[in-house]
Design a protein around this ligand. Structure first.
Ligand code: ADQ
Length: 534
């Protein structure tokens, strides 16, 4: 089996681009390196003429095949339909959803061109894994060109209810292209139910549990909650204690012994950054005894700055932070610092570990990997507390966090207070359960579980009815026994107790780590070329 991943953005490693914020890129790189294969998608750049062919570049066991877009395509497909219509709609922000017919035509056109350029690259036993909302109709376009390979899709963001999705013009046509996939992965059961409900309501599809059928093909829709590489993130955090470099010293140095509350997000309205700043202000107003003792560090690199709503958010976050700092700050204490840049993973791990509270309060989020990174980075003997929005997919797995409604400023403010006052024994108890959960469903578990389902390794005959042999460029399915050898078994259920090795705790203790005394160096080198598919 060769894995073919298709995502909106591909950044080739040798280009040495600066790290960009984006959980999907990190996840896909791990999957491809593990299985070998081809990564196909947009180069991220524009050219005067549309690419008429692609030339894959091989690096290690992964080939990269990228397509340039024209500026008009970038405007309509990427900034327009993907990010001004689908993104707000999928995040339940109907008021921000801006539908334009020519953007939709551009979106369909780019998907058609991707299909046309991808088909010659495909081999008969390739398994194709398409990612995210930019590429919803791609499988339908590939099928139109005769591709019979197994094709899966993973949706990284929420899928709204049929009533919300149905507000999109042409929603019935767009949703029906989902039935060209063999397997559709969602972050949560709610998202899976919403998609199936939409297919039933808008297309009259027939549902049988996780299977849905609106045409010749049966599609399985199932939750596959995405994870992170917990073990390597934990190691980065431990190393950051020994080795803090300039970014951490410069940013956390002025804190002295003060407590730290941290938020890390792309600057995106779905992340609830402005509401979070307001909640921190509310916390300081309600609990003045904390003034001068604690600070909020919000790391928020700008994204999609060409979209007006994002430029407005940038302005708004500056305005709110400035207003709160002016109202609540002292000559020697600034309550809120907003840092608008991307950091290396090791620097982020160091920030997380230094923070007593991880504030992850999106208004709506597919999963939210920051919640998992924050837990992975904690010192098991003296962990911080995660405050987590109930509207993040992560809340479906991470119930031992302090779960909040991000629309309720008062509730978030009180959760910050509770987190800062939480006794160590309770922090440890919550942390151990959270860590066990994220370790048992890490990124390796996610990719192998998804690919086992897509290749049919788990139960080949359950996924789709056998297809009659065809002559097109694609392949027939591999025998289950051969596929089985290419995937690892699904992970066990999360253990009741933490999966952390005792040696880790000893290691941390040996490093003499204490809360509030962070000041060592950390690697600030950016990750080489982690692409942001967003
Ligand atoms: P995103 O919306 O990008 O991902 P998220 O899951 O939080 O959101 O991932 C963000 C990633 O970017 C994290 O790995 C984080 O560490 C990194 N990051 C954020 N700020 C950074 C900074 N300043 N410097 C460096 N790195 C930074 C989408 C969906 C999510 C879903 C993921 C994965 O919106 O809901 O969890 O895909 O499926």
């Amino acid at each position: 089996m060769r894995l073919v991943v298709v995502s909106n953005r591909v950044t080739m490693p040798e280009r040495g681009e600066k790290v960009a914020a984006g959980g999907l890129a990190v996840a896909l790189r791990s999957a491809l390196e593990k299985h070998g294969g081809l990564w196909f998608g947009w180069s991220g750049t524009t050219s005067a003429e549309p690419s008429s062919r692609v030339e894959p570049v091989r690096l290690g066991n992964v080939s990269y095949a990228v397509v340039d877009l024209t500026e008009a395509e970038r405007q309509s497909y990427y900034l327009g339909f993907s990010n001004r219509a689908l993104w707000p709609l999928m995040h339940y922000r109907l008021g921000l959803t801006d539908f334009d017919r020519s953007d939709y035509a551009g979106y369909l056109g780019v998907n058609r061109r991707f299909a046309k350029l991808l088909v010659p690259q495909l081999k008969p036993d390739d398994v194709i894994w398409i990612h995210d909302y930019h590429l919803i109709p791609l499988a339908a376009e590939l099928r139109r060109r005769g591709v019979t390979n197994r094709i899966g899709y993973f949706h990284h963001i929420p899928w709204p209810s049929a009533e919300v999705f149905g507000a999109l013009p042409f929603s019935a046509t767009l949703i029906s292209t989902m039935t060209a996939y063999d397997l559709v992965g969602m972050q949560t059961q709610t998202d899976a139910d919403n998609l199936i409900g939409g297919l039933v309501a808008l297309r009259g599809a027939h549902r049988d549990g996780e299977r849905v059928k609106a045409g010749p093909r049966e599609t399985v829709v199932r939750p596959f909650p995405i994870g992170i590489d917990v073990e390597s993130f934990r190691k980065l955090a431990v190393a950051s204690v020994r080795a803090a470099t300039q970014p951490i010293r410069a940013t956390t140095g002025p804190l002295g012994g003060r407590k730290l509350v941290i938020g890390v997000d792309r600057l995106d309205y779905s992340k609830g950054i402005v509401q979070r700043l307001e909640a921190f202000g509310q916390f300081l107003r309600s609990h003045p005894e904390h003034r001068g003792n604690v600070g909020l560090l919000q790391i928020a690199p700008p994204s999609r700055s060409d979209v007006p709503e994002y430029a407005e958010l940038d302005r708004q976050s500056d305005e709110v932070a400035g207003r709160l700092n002016a109202a609540l700050g002292e000559f020697d204490w600034t309550p809120i610092r907003v840092v608008k840049k991307a950091y290396s993973r090791s620097a982020l791990a160091g920030f997380y570990r230094r923070a007593q509270v991880g504030l992850v309060t999106p208004m709506r989020d597919g999963m939210n990997l920051v919640a998992k990174e924050y837990i992975a980075a904690q010192n098991p003997e003296d962990p911080g507390v995660l405050v987590l929005s109930r509207f993040a997919g992560a809340a479906h797995q991470m119930g031992e966090a302090l779960i909040v409604n991000p629309y309720d400023t008062h509730e978030v403010a009180e959760a910050i207070r509770t987190a800062l006052a939480m006794p160590q024994s309770e922090r440890v108890r919550r942390f151990e359960r959270l860590y066990a959960t994220i370790a048992a469903s890490d990124i390796g578990w996610w990719t192998s579980r998804y690919l086992a389902a897509l290749t049919g390794a788990e139960a080949a005959d359950k996924l789709a009815p056998p297809e009659p042999p065809r002559k097109a460029s694609g392949a027939t399915r591999k025998p289950a026994a051969r596929q089985r050898a290419t995937t690892r078994p699904a992970a066990k259920k999360p253990a009741a107790k933490t999966a952390i090795q005792p040696a880790q705790a000893a290691n941390d203790a040996a490093l003499g780590e204490k809360r509030g005394s962070f000041g060592q160096r950390a690697g600030s080198k950016p990750l080489p070329n982690a692409a942001s598919p967003r």
